[in-house]
Ligand binder design. Structure first.
Ligand code: UDX
Length: 443
């Protein structure tokens, strides 16, 4: 039979909201909790705090069906549920380590408010050993209250990608469950009953490590092709073809081999930094990951140097930046390479205009001196150079013949290798990609 569980998800950020919707879709009763009253008020009107295709409609549907509700009352969430998910943020501290203060605060509140046995699950990406910390915080609080019922801690990391969050949450490739008791294991199995994906049961610490390891590996894959791209540029070889040839080997696989201006977002930069920090604390080196992180940190500068090499000084030149978000189909600009590009363009006294389908509001707050245009065509008027930073479909599908008539000079720097070089060159553009053009001296 199908089990309906009472679930509370604490934290209505990206992961929390998407997780709540997935559990509601599987017919569990979900209370999503956040201390931010504004956020809750908006979620209660089915308005998401971020952009994600298809999510708002589901939100509305499950609110109406009664499977999903939102509250700022943590105690209500805790007492009415059997399974509690911690999905609050774990931002980077200045030293790169994950800041666990929100996680710890929620653990303390759970210990102060819980009234019977619960399964307490971390969804947030947390360093190895956090499960133990949460356990001891809750144990301490229960002792203080002279209560002695038991509880279980579980680590159940999330692997969803922004822009495909709902799909990934509903159709995971695997579910990793770190738990230590049979009761917890059974509860988690019931929770994911409807998922047709391998369930991997591990210790809590292994599950915590798997999340970091997976993200670090993907980041390394990207940085590896990015460093090869730099060499390809010198050698006159094409990283796109090289990656294609590599990816046909099933041991390598075709994914995450797209060279470009580097990875951004809320996960890869933060999680690699946190894992490096974790290693440092254990006096262990992770030289491969360290190098991957260095390549990513310098990739935009490398790309900008190529632009300077081709165009000379950018002072007074009009540069149009197409795309701002760290990837398409999101409004997220956290750690987006576009921010570094803007920074360097402004430093070089370029006149910057930009267009992005979703990310302009978020960048405007950081760089008010950039011209944000309502259409790509307006952003492109009189441009001396175009830089493509995010491969939005809308941007790739521009009428590039029309664009050609709007711009002053035909320099087109594709930071994502997303356009077809021969097509753009036939239209008369001086097209420069990442690691595909030889020395880029052909113009
Ligand atoms: C990532 C992981 O994929 C996900 O499993 C994890 O839970 C969270 O982090 P996300 O950050 O949403 O998800 O985006 P992803 O699609 O993985 O892309 C991350 C960054 O890498 C983007 O900036 C993207 O442009 C870049 N990237 C990705 C490349 O530069 N090349 C590639 O081949 C793939």
């Amino acid at each position: 039979g199908v089990t309906h569980l009472d679930v509370a998800v604490i934290g209505t950020g990206y992961v929390g909201t998407t997780t709540s919707i997935a559990f509601a879709a599987w017919d569990h009763k979900v209370i999503a909790v956040d201390s931010d009253q504004m956020k809750i008020a908006r979620l209660n009107q089915s308005i998401l705090p971020f952009y994600e295709e298809g999510l708002e409609r589901r939100l509305e549907r499950y609110r109406e069906s009664g499977n999903l509700s939102f509250t700022d009352d943590l105690e209500q969430g805790i007492t009415r549920s059997d399974v509690l998910f911690i999905a609050v943020g774990t931002p980077s501290s200045p030293d790169g380590s994950a800041d666990l203060s929100y996680v710890e605060m929620v653990a303390r509140q759970i210990g102060q408010m819980m009234d019977k046995y619960k399964v307490i699950v971390t969804k947030s990406t947390v360093p190895v050993g956090t499960g133990d910390k949460i356990k001891s915080i809750i144990t301490d609080e229960l002792k203080r209250r002279n209560l002695s019922f038991s509880f279980d801690i579980v680590s159940n990391p999330e692997f969803l990608r922004e822009g495909r969050a709902l799909y990934d949450a509903l159709h995971p490739e695997r579910v990793v469950i770190g738990c230590e008791t049979e009761t917890a294991r059974k509860t988690m199995a019931a929770l994911y009953e409807k998922v047709e994906a391998p369930m991997l049961y591990t210790t809590i610490r292994d599950a915590e490590m798997i999340k970091y390891a997976a993200n670090a590996f993907l980041a390394t894959k990207i940085s590896f092709v990015n460093e090869l791209a730099r060499l390809c540029d010198k050698m006159g070889t094409n990283i796109m073809k090289v990656a294609e040839g590599m990816g046909l080997d099933s041991r390598i696989g075709p994914q995450f081999l797209r060279a470009g201006i580097g990875y951004g977002g809320s996960c890869f930069p933060k999680d690699t930094a946190a894992l490096l920090n974790l290693a440092k604390e254990q006096e262990t080196m992770l030289p491969v990951l360290q190098a991957a992180s260095n390549v990513n940190r310098t990739q935009v500068s490398w790309f900008m140097e190529r632009i300077h090499h081709i165009m000379g000084s950018l002072a007074g030149k009009k540069v149009t930046l197409l795309g701002l978000t760290f990837k398409p189909e999101t409004d997220d600009v956290r750690e987006a390479p576009s921010l570094k590009i803007i920074e360097q363009l402004l430093q070089n006294k370029a006149i910057v205009s930009t267009y992005d389908p979703q990310g302009m509001e978020n960048v405007k707050k950081i760089y008010p001196q950039v011209a944000y245009k309502p259409t790509p065509y307006e952003a492109l008027e009189g441009a001396d150079a175009i830089i493509l930073a995010t491969e939005w479909r809308e941007i790739l599908d521009l009428d590039w013949t029309k664009v050609k008539d709007l711009i002053a000079q035909p320099y087109l720097f594709d930071g994502r290798n997303a356009l077809v070089p021969s097509v753009m060159r036939n239209l008369g553009y001086c097209y420069v990609g990442v690691g595909i053009d030889g020395r880029g001296d052909y113009h």
